[in-house]
Write a protein that binds this ligand. Structure first.
Ligand code: PMP
Length: 394
């Protein structure tokens, strides 16, 4: 099996499995209990907190453990409404579907409770429209939310510029860094962000655990009231998950020394892969290719072959990928990211995302690039796929 869906989730690291098993066996007590067993569990929790903080460049006290990035995004956005006497939210069109669904709900609340929401559009290249951001962020904006890297195209968003823009107008910046962490370096202290969402399962940790980093000094309301996490997230902590998160984060911190080499090698492999695909299918379109992007993500379409067909052929070759975000695939919904880039729906329905990892075998990936397009086109030229071309290739 050639697993090419690392943006959906990653295999759990063996050291994470080991540490989680140990936490389940030894630290089953409640970390809030005052007795010895509870305090031992608390020690394991604090150790994991220090590991995650070291990896993300934040202080341990700035971390609020959550059930994942979706919850972290909800705490950040819901908590912002009314912050500093401001109600407005500005989010990018590239944000995760969960963020869009949330702001849609917030915007539709009746009467004065309805939150004014602005959406920063994307350029056809997949990059953020900075002029639109400039126009949308104003004196009534409480929070701007822009992701660090898009989960579908892999395009890196200019969060440092957005931080300057937001802060100049007195607004806060939330960055969903879910797809960046584990793939490129991240340092909260230098990021300019006030709040950052992270998910453990995108870099070798378990599912169902993540964190929101809340900059020191920001008094952030809880979504779930309770006394855990300094009153910022109630509920007994998912200790085995948090321990696994800590070990995955430590693994990232170890590999941090050779980020540059690692990402240069991955980007070179991705470029060779895309070049080989183009040889077999000159009609190849790679979304976001002109922008700085994650080194291991290729979001593309083979001419006008529908994504279902392309994925089926990939799977017959033993390769697993997805059509855009795993969270929205499975239906006929076209990618909202491609829609924001102006890609016609018929073309967006042909998009397939391949996301690999440093240990993806290069020879297998390149062999796939030779075999896959031929299989998809069923012996015909790429341009004669069953779905007729519509509009201009993005
Ligand atoms: N944000 C982004 C950018 C993501 O890619 C994902 C996962 N697809 C999420 C948030 C949600 O993360 P989680 O699964 O931890 O809730």
């Amino acid at each position: 099996m050639l697993y090419l869906d690392h943006n959906a989730t990653t295999p759990v690291l063996p050291a994470v499995i080991e540490a989680m098993g140990e936490a389940l066996r030894r630290h089953w007590a409640n970390p809030s209990s005052q007795h010895e067993a509870g305090q031992a569990a608390r020690g394991a929790l604090q150790h994991a907190r220090a590991q995650v903080a070291r990896c993300l460049g934040c202080q341990p006290a700035e971390l609020v453990f959550t059930s994942g990035a979706t919850e972290a995004n909800h705490i950040a956005l819901r908590g912002a409404v009314g912050h500093g006497g401001r109600a407005g939210l500005v989010v990018s069109a590239a944000e995760h579907a969960g963020v869009h669904k949330l702001v849609h709900q917030l915007g539709r609340q009746p009467g004065p409770q309805g939150v004014p929401v602005g959406v920063i559009g994307l350029q056809p290249s997949g990059g953020l429209d900075l002029a639109a951001a400039e126009a949308l962020i104003g004196e009534a904006t409480a929070l701007v939310s822009v992701m660090a890297a898009n989960n579908e195209t892999g395009v890196l968003m200019p969060t440092a510029e957005i931080a300057r823009l937001a802060h100049a107008r007195g607004a806060l910046l939330h960055v969903d860094a879910t797809q960046l962490i584990g793939k490129l370096p991240f340092d909260f202290a230098r990021s300019g962000a006030d709040l950052v969402s992270v998910s453990a399962h995108k870099f070798g940790g378990p599912k169902g655990v993540g964190a929101l980093i809340v900059r020191k000094g920001l008094n952030w309301p809880a979504l779930f009231a309770g006394s855990q996490e300094r009153g910022r997230r109630g509920g007994t902590e998912n200790l085995p998950g948090i321990v696994g998160f800590g070990v995955a984060a430590e693994h990232q911190a170890w590999t941090a020394g050779n980020w540059h080499d690692r990402s240069a090698k991955l980007a070179a492999l991705r470029d060779r892969f895309e070049a080989r695909l183009r040889t077999a299918c000159p009609e190849l379109v790679v979304y976001g290719a002109s922008q700085p992007r994650l080194p291991q993500t290729s979001f593309l379409r083979l001419g006008h072959a529908h994504a279902d067909l392309a994925l089926q052929k990939l799977s017959s070759l033993g390769a697993l990928a997805s059509s855009g975000s795993a969270c929205s695939s499975g239906g006929q919904a076209a990618s909202h990211v491609l829609a924001a880039m102006g890609v016609p729906r018929e073309e967006a329905l042909c998009a397939v995302r391949l996301s690999f990892a440093p240990d993806t075998p290069a020879a297998d990936l390149l062999a796939l690039a030779d075999a896959w397009p031929r299989l998809v086109s069923d012996g015909h030229a790429c341009s004669t796929f069953s779905h007729p071309p519509t509009g201009v290739a993005a």
